[in-house]
Design a protein around this ligand. Structure first.
Ligand SMILES: *Cc1c(COP(=O)(O)O)cnc(C)c1O
Length: 408
């Protein structure tokens, strides 16, 4: 291959270096007068240091220094700052998915011989992580009823170190008695030395940091699947662990650092872009979901609507007490006279709710769960979970109506 441009490889006047060298060494600094409304995307695997003394002085434990691309860039730090601000927290650590944020929290606070407590309706991959990899490490998981704070105290042992909270619960949407559960953990902590303190971690994805303020309830760590509302684009996976406490933050940072978790700059930027419209989108999801939920509550095919803002949802009183809004995600239990095969026909007849697990994007989605997932509910029908997107609510209701007509 010929390189006609090779002529330029000679150093131009005033530069001592050849083209290869100039290209390889090119960095970038924004010109002094440039300003915009958009955070820059800083790509970096390597961070360079001006001299050895500065390199040695930089301590990775600090959030205001840069040591290596994996451990943070100005783009990821900007996102961390804004996420902490949304929740009323002070510190934030990003992870490459919501589930990675869950495992980062587990590894920050658990070691062999420890016990953790999970609500029985916890996000299934969280439960499965505890059942498999954590169990292999000799960490024991027990499950509690999120509506019964008094019962939690019976499960706490001297070895308990972490209590996961989630509200509402995955699929069956029970709203947890967060204040009661946190009070039980606080009472246990008051009787033990600081080194054995039990940490509370809330999966706050449904509330997006908007509808529920975890630190006002005394919760230690708030976990977000940014994949959902913060991104809002159905196009990026990311998670976060947010705290107010510097010591807890350092343990999360250590878990992040030692396991090599990192987030790409382009993905962080997509979430930064999504945050600007987060409150507006969240309110629109809430409006659409409540319209559909109220409509479904009057339908004879539906035994129960599991939407936290409706009195038919277990723990509705806790939603009234603790939440200022609702997301786009809720479930319904079908009347048990419809077999699973019939309810499967219903979800496949939906045109505006494609089958999909995730949520928080512009497009509505649906998912079916077998009757066994109704947990502690007395109803025995199949469960359908709706993620209400940003479509016109009347169109969504019309679509559900035509699919119900095909139930037979
Ligand atoms: C989606 C989700 C997660 C995990 O997020 P990913 O980015 O998909 O790994 C965790 N918790 C809840 C409640 C979720 O909905």
């Amino acid at each position: 291959m010929s390189h006609p441009q090779n002529d330029s490889s000679a150093a131009p006047e005033g530069s001592a270096n050849a083209l290869d060298t100039r290209l390889a060494q090119a960095g970038y600094q924004a010109p002094g007068s440039f300003e915009s409304l958009v955070a820059p995307i800083h790509h970096a695997s390597t961070v360079v240091f001006p001299n050895l003394a500065e390199m040695r002085a930089r301590n990775w434990e600090r959030d205001d220094v840069y040591t290596y691309g994996l451990h943070g860039t100005p783009t990821t730090r900007e996102l961390e700052d804004r996420l902490a601000d949304i929740e009323g927290g002070r510190h934030c650590v990003l992870a490459p998915s919501g589930l990675a944020a869950i495992s980062m929290i587990d590894f920050a606070f658990l070691k062999t011989g420890d016990e953790l407590l999970l609500p029985h309706n916890v996000y299934l991959p969280n439960r499965e992580l505890a059942r498999t990899l954590l169990a292999d490490l000799g960490i024991v998981a027990r499950h509690y009823d999120p509506l019964d704070a008094a019962a939690l105290s019976l499960l706490i042992t001297p070895r308990t170190r972490l209590v996961w909270l989630e509200s509402p619960g995955s699929v069956t949407m029970e709203v947890a008695d967060l204040r009661g559960l946190v009070a039980v953990v606080a009472a246990a902590n008051a009787r033990r030395p600081a080194a054995e303190r039990i940490v509370t971690a809330l999966d706050n994805t449904w509330g997006a940091g908007l509808a529920l303020k975890p630190f006002e309830l005394g919760i230690d760590v708030s976990m977000q699947a940014l994949t959902k509302y913060q991104s809002g684009g159905s196009d990026v996976l990311m998670g976060a662990a947010i705290t107010r406490d510097q010591a807890l933050h350092l343990r999360l940072k250590t878990s992040h650092m030692r396991t090599g978790l990192g987030v790409g700059a382009d993905d962080a930027w997509l979430v930064l872009r999504g945050l600007k419209s987060l409150p507006l989108r969240y309110a629109a999801h809430d409006r659409g979901a409540r319209a559909l939920a109220h409509w479904l509550a009057a339908r004879p095919e539906v035994a129960r609507v599991l939407h936290p803002a409706l009195p038919s949802c277990p723990g509705h009183e806790f939603w009234l007490r603790d939440f200022s809004g609702a997301g786009g995600l809720f479930s319904v239990v079908f009347d048990a006279r419809y077999g699973t095969a019939q309810v499967e026909r219903f979800v496949e007849a939906l045109k505006l709710f494609p089958l999909g697990y995730s949520w928080g994007g512009a497009s509505s989605l649906s998912m079916i769960y077998p009757p066994s997932r109704t947990g502690t509910l007395s109803e025995k029908g199949a469960v359908v979970r709706f993620n209400v997107g940003l479509e016109a609510p009347d169109d969504l209701i019309a679509d559900v109506a035509q699919a119900l007509a095909q139930l037979g």
